[in-house]
Write a protein of this length. Structure first.
Length: 542
């Protein structure tokens, strides 16, 4: 990780043939070299002074030891069998050392507030500060999940309003707000499909069809829910092969899981025909809504025959995601699947909002497949999303879709003469542009282009996904980037691609200007080192 010698934290003198940072510390002005936290502090010391342990009080009494002299009760008495019996191995740092360590590490992170995040399929766009301010208002930020219903009516109204607008924007019949993220939403929709089929006595329908261009979580979700998964091939234009889909439909097919716009960044023009065919065969249509940002305000999935679709609030409606959270994945349902939607949900009864948590005979939730979470959902995400929707309005949300598509096509047409764009001849893309490694010289690959972008100051695009494109480079600029920013990114992207095509060997060892050089990512993924071990110190020669 870092070049630390045995006597201290500063870098050792580089050996012959090794690169030198040119400074005693290894720092380069404000680019600070930062060792591991264990290499800074010692596990034998602590940065806080503790009083020495006091003698334990006598059992069963509150005499002199506990009352007169102020001695504490014994640790054994207070902690039971949880008293620590061995060292915990944490480095002892003072407060300034700890703060500086994590601040220096934060300077090595790339973030949406630093520059364009071109990750395809992720929709990493600017997060309006207005949304953050609303989410931090008292009553939202500090709302406890066990707060009595009468004490959180405002929060329930936010959830109820957001649910209304999600149903309106999608043209669907109802929405379940509780799923926590995209894949969780997928599971919610698939479980509702399973419950609907069981209610009709069609347990024999055990196959879900998943096109090649779908998101990778789709087949995993279907398998987790107990379905068998079968692929549906794509056409040369990158869309679902409608005839192949129709040919596979039958009494064993529960439905289809389709991503639209798909993972190649293309809209499925046969979506309505797909839905009609699946419904005629007795199945249901699940749509992966991760790419809703490209069509929000322009297309209502309900008009295309969709039965269930999750919406990544953290993609389309603020709070760009990363690092595993936060996320939120409400699922909208058609009228056919609404009775099987999960609990709980917020319902307005007169002027009062209630949280419906149990099935009630004769009501529209009587056949619910049950709960997916202990509580209701992500309050912070709900507040941000509703703020985003209300501040944009109908025309603003439509412009979100239009500008995201415009920006992606600008990148596609600016790069197609340098990199292979496999679907460029099929017409405009939607929210993301896809390129391949076709045309790169032997020995050069997608990963080299991605690492070269790091030296240019950009986070790389999504690489090697989707799998239907060899050496894929998937770029999603979103609607929040200006033309000036896009022009700078395109210039850097073209420069790196042209250097690779010209055989520049320096690209093979990029990045050169990052805090760390190119790592063996395959080894890191297969054999990660998750526990720090003290380095073996050589014994001094006698």
């Amino acid at each position: 990780m870092s070049n630390i010698n045995q006597s201290g934290w500063r870098p050792t003198t580089p050996q012959a043939g090794e690169a030198s940072d040119g400074t005693f510390t290894g720092n380069r002005a404000l680019m600070l070299e930062e060792p591991l936290i264990f290499e800074i502090g010692s596990t034998e010391t602590t940065g806080v002074d503790f009083d020495p342990p006091r003698a334990p009080a006598k059992a069963g009494g509150q005499g002199e030891s506990a009352r007169g002299s102020g001695l504490l009760l014994s640790q054994e008495h207070r902690l039971g069998n949880l008293t620590r019996e061995k060292k915990i191995g944490l480095p002892g740092l003072s407060e300034p050392e700890a703060v500086r360590h994590y601040t220096r590490l934060s300077r090595q992170n790339y973030a949406i507030d630093l520059g364009l995040f071109p990750l395809g399929s992720c929709t990493m766009k600017h997060n309006p500060r207005l949304n953050e301010r609303m989410a931090r208002l008292p009553g939202f930020a500090d709302l406890h999940p066990l707060t009595p219903v009468d004490a959180c009516q405002g929060a329930f109204e936010v959830i109820h309003q957001l649910a209304h607008w999600l149903v309106t924007l999608t043209g669907m019949h109802s929405v379940a707000m509780s799923p926590k993220a995209g894949a969780h939403g997928e599971l919610c929709g698939v479980l509702a499909i399973r419950a609907a089929l069981d209610a009709k006595g069609e347990q024999a329908r055990k196959v879900l069809l998943v096109p090649e261009s779908a998101h990778g979580t789709n087949p995993a979700t279907a398998a987790f829910a107990g379905f068998s998964v079968e692929d549906i091939p794509a056409t040369e234009a990158g869309r679902v092969n409608l005839e192949a889909l129709k040919a596979r439909l039958g009494p064993d097919v529960a439905g289809v899981m389709i991503t639209n716009p798909n993972t190649c960044g293309l809209f499925e023009p046969d979506m309505k025909a797909i839905s009609d065919a699946v419904h005629a065969a007795g199945g249901f249509v699940y749509c992966d809504g991760a790419n809703f940002n490209a069509i929000v305000g322009r297309v209502r999935p309900g008009d295309l025959g969709i039965d269930a679709m999750h919406i990544n609030l953290h993609k389309t409606f603020s709070t760009p995601h990363g690092g595993g959270g936060p996320g939120s994945g409400p699922v909208v349902f058609s009228e056919a699947l609404t009775p099987y939607a999960p609990l709980p949900f917020v319902e307005k009864q007169g002027d009062h909002f209630v949280l419906v948590e149990e099935e009630t005979a004769g009501e529209h939730h009587a056949s619910s497949f049950g709960r997916m979470v202990a509580f209701h959902g992500q309050m912070g995400m709900f507040t941000r999303a509703l703020t985003y929707i209300l501040s944009h309005g109908a025309d603003g949300l439509r412009q979100v879709a239009e500008d995201s598509v415009l920006n992606a096509n600008y990148i596609l047409r600016s790069m197609e003469d340098v990199l292979d764009a496999p679907f460029a001849k099929s017409g405009p893309c939607m929210h993301e542009a896809i390129f391949s490694d076709k045309g790169l010289p032997e020995g050069f690959s997608t990963i080299d282009v991605a690492k070269g972008l790091i030296d240019e100051g950009f986070h790389p695009m999504t690489v090697y996904f989707p799998l239907v494109v060899h050496g894929a480079m998937l770029v999603e600029p979103t609607e929040t980037e200006s033309k000036a920013t896009l022009d700078q990114f395109i210039g850097a992207f073209r420069s790196v691609a042209e250097r690779a095509k010209g055989g520049d060997l320096a690209i093979k060892t990029a990045p050169h200007f990052a805090p760390r050089r190119r790592l063996d990512e395959t080894l890191a993924a297969r054999k990660p080192v998750l526990v720090y071990k003290e380095p073996q110190r050589a014994e001094a020669a006698e």
